[in-house]
Design a binder for this molecule. Structure first.
Ligand code: UD1
Ligand code: CA
Length: 452
């Protein structure tokens, strides 16, 4: 049966106390609404429409692959759905309604829910959950025979109703035609003066329709994020889920509690992740690597057998067998070739480092194309900036750069060239030449020592 999805994401998210629209707050590295959209796509939804209002421009800019509807004033969840009515005039079948603030809901659970609805004769089915603490949620009121009677919002609930722990998860499946046939009858005579979507359920019942309530297996999946502590709880839950999946696939995570891996990260078999490590964005790591302790990777591509400790690497590529750290900063646009060794306190920016080259300590290499087998002495600096423009340095294969060399770009050091320690190189060095560019040492035997 045709399934379309409507995601409610127009709310201000007042309880977040944020300048950023609530649904753009990141959970495990991704805006929370993104998870909801992905789950909807996974259960076979044909199109996803997102209702936006607060911060609409920013949401439209950030989220792609969906249609948007603007709800100008946020008058409640029923009003949010109504504002999307025109999108459904041609539609038949079912609409899955989700809230943009429930990112933990898995596609598997959602599929069980949509299947249950499709296999029933219900005009509407609502997803419910048994919560250890139901505060803040709408409570599910059932009839004596166990069928759904209505949902009462936390702010409208009396003391007895507040004791109910079965809550509305904010996920619904409706027959499209029947939903829009009843929605305009929802009023706003309640504690918040809002048009509540759950109120359409008793209206449908009064019209003789069947309404179902499907209880979720795992209540944790249905938590809605309304404030920053729920944001932290959701982040933790998603992170643990990700780490569990990685461990099941053969990755060792020494301490899952102090390891932070974003949802889209890929890690190969037998790689070991040490504590205090952050692996973010679209990072891909190969097999048999040792990452951490204290590493931050952001959008990195990392080969097999790579070892990195106490370092920050972002928007760059590291090929097989590389050893990095401690205290290395690999900046965007860099490719580190196979079996390269980079040691203490080294920064590499927008550069290509050829296979097997060594940068063991205290270097700044920027805008450089370095060949393979190059040895770079301690304290070497590429002087790539004249205050206005950046210039490139090229270093040929097997060159030897002596300690404390300044390479004033643009400059080329030929293949196999040798630079004497302490040189400031301003002119190209031809291949296999020795360049020495420093003042000659003078030893003076007779001189006036003022200390005497
Ligand atoms: C809602 C449900 C509640 C349920 C809970 C589950 C209603 C009235 N209550 O409460 O029964 O237990 O979710 O998490 O539906 N939104 C709009 N436009 C609006 C108002 C809200 O798009 O005018 C969006 C919000 O951006 C949010 C979602 O709808 O993504 C839910 O709104 P929120 O204010 O968080 O509702 P809750 O109070 O959590
Ligand atoms: Ca909510």
């Amino acid at each position: 049966m045709n399934l379309e999805t409507l995601i409610l994401a127009a709310g201000k998210g007042t309880r977040m106390k944020s300048k950023l629209p609530k649904v753009l707050h990141k959970v495990c590295g991704k805006p929370m609404v993104q998870y909801v959209i992905e789950s909807a796509k996974e259960v076979g939804s044909m199109r996803e429409i997102v209702v936006i209002g607060s911060g609409a421009e920013l949401v439209e800019k950030t989220i792609t692959g969906v249609e948007f509807v603007i709800q100008k004033e946020q008058l409640g969840t029923a009003h949010a759905v109504l504002s999307a009515k025109e999108k459904f005039t041609e539609s038949k079948g079912n609409v899955l309604i989700l809230c943009g603030d429930t990112p933990l809901l898995t596609a598997e659970s959602l599929k069980k829910f949509t299947d249950a609805h499709e296999n029933s004769n219900c005009a509407a089915t609502v997803l419910t959950a048994e919560m250890p603490d139901a505060t803040g949620y709408g409570r599910v009121i059932r009839e004596a025979d166990g069928s759904l009677k209505k949902i009462v919002e936390d702010k409208d609930a009396n003391d007895d109703e507040k004791k109910i722990r079965e809550v509305n998860a904010g996920v619904y499946c409706f027959d499209i035609q029947k939903l829009f046939g009843a929605l305009e009858e929802v009023g706003n005579d309640n504690a918040q003066g809002e048009y509540y979507l759950p109120d359409v359920l008793p209206i449908l019942k009064a019209k003789g329709e069947q309404v179902g309530a499907f209880k979720a297996e795992y209540c944790i999946e249905t938590i809605g994020i309304n404030n920053r502590s729920q944001l932290a709880a959701a982040d933790k839950a998603l992170r643990m889920r990700k780490e569990q999946a990685l461990m099941e696939a053969g990755v060792t995570i020494i301490d899952p509690n102090t390891t932070f891996i974003d949802g889209d990260v890929v890690i190969g078999q037998d790689t070991i992740i040490y504590p205090n490590t952050y692996i973010e964005g679209k990072t891909v790591i190969g097999e048999d690597c040792e990452i951490g302790p204290n590493v931050r990777f952001s959008n990195m591509t990392v080969g097999n057998g790579v070892k990195v400790q106490f370092s920050y690497c972002h928007e760059a590529e590291i090929l097989d067998g590389v050893t990095l750290g401690p205290y290395v900063h690999i900046r965007p646009g860099t490719t580190i070739g196979e079996n390269v060794k980079i040691g203490n306190f080294v920064e590499v920016k927008n550069s290509n480092i050829g296979d097997g080259s060594k940068l063991p300590h205290l270097q700044y290499i920027g805008d450089t194309d370095m060949g393979s087998g190059v040895n770079v002495g301690c304290g070497t600096v590429t002087c790539n900036y004249d205050g206005k423009k950046k210039y490139r340095t090229t270093i040929g294969d097997n060159a030897f750069i002596g300690c404390n060399t300044n390479l004033v770009a643009p400059v080329n050091v030929g293949e196999g060239a040798y630079i004497g320690a302490g040189s400031t190189i301003t002119k190209d060095v031809p291949r296999n030449n020795l360049a020495v560019a420093r003042a000659k040492q003078v030893n003076i035997e007779v001189w006036n020592d003022k200390r005497k």
